[in-house]
Each structure stands twice: as structure tokens, then as C-alpha cells.
Design a protein around this ligand. Structure first.
Ligand SMILES: [Zn+2]
Length: 116
């Protein structure tokens, strides 16, 4: 094991954080899907100006939903990497990612330097 590898208790902390994140994201993504649908329903009943407004709101809702899905995918990939024992390694430079960074963004596949 590398000297700077994550300790079992650090790994357990990060795994719990990732599982909580995935559960939270599932919920938020469902809510976002509901709000995209609500905007679609509005459109039938409104005039031109508010239709433009509704379209803008809808594309915002869709964009944030995509961002949430991306984050969920990263969190799921991080959990899979944990099972394989490769979690905490930067996918680009293969250096260990600092625990402080993983604490803040446990789903991050890159070290701070490579993420920039
Ligand atoms: Zn890196």
C-alpha cells in the first residue's frame, strides 16, 4: 500500500458521503424531471411572452438536470472505483488525490491540479 493511500476510516467516511450523495441526487433529479414537465404543461395555456419565459425556464431546468446526472454518474463511478481499490487515484496523472479534496468533492476523479 502506498504511504499516502487513504486510511480505512477515511475511505469509510468518503464511501458514506458518496452513498448519501447518490441518494440525494436521485431525489433531486426526480424533482427536476417533474418541474420540466410542469413547464411543458404551462406552455399550452400561455401567450407568446410567457411562452419564451417558459422555454427559458425549461432549458435552465434541463441544464441543471444534466449537471445533476453527470454528478450522479461520477459518484457512482467513484463507488465502483472503491470496490476495485482504485479510488483516490487521479485518473489522469495517477497521483493520489488529497483527502481534503476528496472530503470536499468525493466524486472527483481528478486531483486538483488535473481538474484545473
Ligand atoms: Zn492528477
Amino acid at each position: 500500500m502506498r504511504m499516502d493511500a487513504l486510511t480505512p476510516s477515511q475511505l469509510a467516511t468518503l464511501e458514506a458521503a458518496l452513498r448519501a450523495m447518490v441518494a440525494q441526487l436521485e431525489e433531486t433529479i426526480e424533482d427536476a424531471a417533474a418541474s420540466v414537465q410542469a413547464v411543458e404543461l404551462d406552455q399550452a395555456a400561455v401567450g407568446r411572452v410567457s411562452r419564451i419565459d417558459a422555454i427559458q425556464r425549461q432549458s435552465l431546468a434541463q441544464a441543471s438536470r444534466e449537471a445533476l446526472k453527470t454528478r450522479r454518474r461520477l459518484a457512482q463511478q467513484a463507488l465502483a472505483a472503491m470496490e476495485e481499490g482504485t479510488y483516490g487515484e487521479c485518473r489522469r496523472c495517477e497521483e493520489p488525490i488529497a483527502f481534503k479534496r476528496l472530503e470536499a468533492r468525493p466524486e472527483s476523479p481528478f486531483c486538483l491540479r488535473c481538474a484545473r
